[in-house]
Design a protein around this ligand. Structure first.
Ligand code: F6R
Ligand code: ZN
Length: 190
């Protein structure tokens, strides 16, 4: 088929670098505290948060519609709220890519935290995230954002359009490390 038959038109979008909003996104994915059951060490603290704060916003992903086909790149804004479950810092669920040999670039626009990464064979790495810092997530590394600051952790993410998201394996395996804030000090354990 000649490429002209499925040619996509170029486009541009505006991104508010301060608050992470994309104008306009095509899809807006919302994760609330209740979506995070099973992810935090202190399950009772998560249930208290859900009950006392009416199931608060946990994180959002703003995306554009781009065909999920090789050759394209998917892009999104990830915005993770500040806070703790017990004393464990708010985090995203984390995932491997379904096509696990696909990488991802995260450019941090606001906030502070970590990109926690692990491989299926047990390697673990944590890269600091702060405004202006790019983190490269190589192929085969599961990845999760963790917010250690008092403001939203906002990142711009780009990855191959065929990557897909595998949440099941990491939900079963977990990550080898957790990040806590105790007396305003950030602690990574074990
Ligand atoms: C896409 C990607 C990010 C995350 C987002 C939410 O491949 O890594 O856009 O999807 O930070 O985190 P998860 O997907 O772990 O809920
Ligand atoms: Zn990803």
């Amino acid at each position: 088929m000649p490429y002209t038959e499925h040619l996509m038109n170029p486009f541009g979008i505006d991104i508010d670098l301060a608050d992470g909003a994309m104008h306009p996104p095509d899809t807006h994915l919302v994760r609330r505290a209740s979506d995070m059951r099973g992810y935090y060490a202190d399950e009772a603290a998560l249930e208290r948060l859900i009950a006392q704060q009416d199931d608060p916003l946990h994180y959002e992903v703003f995306e554009k519609h781009i065909p999920e086909e090789p050759g394209h790149l998917l892009l999104c804004i990830s915005k993770l709220q500040p806070g703790c479950v017990g004393d464990e810092c708010f985090m995203t669920k984390g995932h491997y890519h379904t096509v696990s040999g696909t990488a991802e670039v995260y450019l941090c626009l606001a906030g502070q935290g970590y990109m926690l990464m692990k491989t299926a064979d047990g390697r673990c790495a944590a890269e600091p995230m702060t405004r202006g810092r790019m983190v490269y997530v190589p192929p085969h590394w599961a990845h999760r954002s963790i917010n250690t600051s008092d403001e939203p952790l906002v990142s711009f993410c780009v990855y191959p359009a065929e990557a897909g998201h595998n949440y099941g394996d990491i939900a079963t395996e977990g990550f080898p490390k957790r990040v806590y804030r105790r007396d305003r000090t950030v602690v990574m354990e074990p």
